[in-house]
Ligand binder design. Structure first.
Ligand code: ATP
Length: 338
């Protein structure tokens, strides 16, 4: 099978290569079709997200992506925002769960953040009214609101989850989140067998800090989802730089295409040293395999990652180990074999 590979920049090439090795070790034959994005693409094509890259994903439908930096100061729009809008990847999914061997103040975290990816405050609709005054439009439309909430309920149904929490700020943003909330309630009516909860986003933050095990599937607009995704990653990661960023996978789904990527950025501080934690991208690749009908291999990879974390040999520095990208990848491959 052919899948697009965007290595990205910074630690991107190191961690995506680790993921390709693990996929091969799980006996899935993938012909990776490389496409450029990020700093290498900006240098080569003068454009950090060339149209050719979008075309390749449209052709092959699925991509595994490393972190990509959008160069600042040249008026480029965010690569991730353009990718999501250009491919209509309307749903971002971040499963966050407690991991073996990682000490955190929380136990039994097992939640999934579903974020609307195309609208909200990240719709990119900003303008200067007069010098010193700018406006950003927070776009909410009924079709997109209904689509993301239905996606969250379908995900909950397929994965046997018990509850969907809709996060909002409808008491302040009465029109925009008022509409979103109305859509959420309507869609929830179609799923009487799954508990539906609606909560102001500030309450969600407080409760997540106190007891994240309360949450199951959460669904929300773009900006809230961006913030909550990183907050949730921090609940399951070790203390120190990066926290859970090197551990949490992510996926962006549309109706026709899907792009799988880690939560973390390109980590320029450790790039090129071979010490980055590859687990987030490896787990994203496992989600990708599930999407392309190889859920068996995806589940084996996920289990091998859990075993490697539990055994704790060859772990990278962010996990408190003295290993590197290669030693951790080899441990995961070893656990795949047994
Ligand atoms: P961006 O703007 O691209 O999100 P950032 O600097 O805000 O970049 P990251 O690049 O994710 O965020 O880095 C934040 C911190 O986490 C850095 O100290 C980095 O070294 C660490 N970090 C991120 N990803 C990893 C990883 N996979 N392995 C180890 N450390 C990581």
């Amino acid at each position: 099978m052919q899948i697009v590979l965007i290595e990205g920049d910074g630690i991107g090439p190191e961690v995506t290569q680790a993921a390709c090795r693990v996929v091969a070790a799980a006996n899935v034959k993938v012909d990776w079709v490389k496409a450029a994005a990020g700093i290498p693409a900006a240098e080569q094509f003068g454009e950090p997200l060339p149209e050719e890259t979008l075309e390749m994903i449209r052709r092959y439908r699925v991509a595994l992506k490393g972190p990509c930096t959008t160069p600042v100061g040249k008026g480029y729009r965010s690569i991730n925002v353009r990718l999501r809008q250009g491919l209509e990847l309307f749903a971002s999914v971040r499963p966050v769960n407690t991991l073996p061997g990682i000490k955190t103040p929380y136990e039994k975290v097992d939640l999934i953040v579903v974020r609307e990816n195309t609208e909200g405050l990240y719709a990119g609709l900003e303008h200067e009214v007069v010098p010193g005054v700018v406006e950003s439009v927070r776009l909410i439309t009924r079709p997109a609101a209904e689509r993301i909430v239905r996606f969250a309920f379908e995900l909950a149904r397929h994965r046997g989850r018990r509850m969907v929490t809709f996060c909002h700020k409808a008491d302040v943003m009465r029109l925009s989140d008022g509409l979103f909330l109305e859509c959420a309630r309507q869609v929830a009516d179609d799923y009487p067998f799954i508990r539906f909860e609606e909560k102001p986003i500030d309450n969600v933050c407080l409760e997540m800090a106190l007891d994240p095990s309360e949450f199951d599937v959460l669904v929300m607009e773009n900006l809230f989802g961006d913030v909550i995704s990183d907050l949730a990653a921090g609940l399951v990661g070790p203390a120190g730089p990066g926290g859970g960023l090197g551990l949490v996978p992510g996926a962006n789904y549309g109706t026709r295409f899907a792009v799988f990527e880690a939560v973390h950025g390109s980590a320029p501080d450790i790039a090129g040293k071979g010490v980055a934690n590859p687990i987030a991208v490896i787990r994203s690749a496992a989600m990708m395999l599930e999407y392309v009908g190889r859920g068996d291999a995806g589940a084996r990879i996920e289990a091998a990652v859990m075993k490697a974390l539990k055994v704790g040999i060859g772990l990278t520095r962010d996990l408190g180990g003295d290993g590197n990208t290669n030693t951790l990848t080899e441990q995961i491959i070893k656990h795949l074999a047994v």
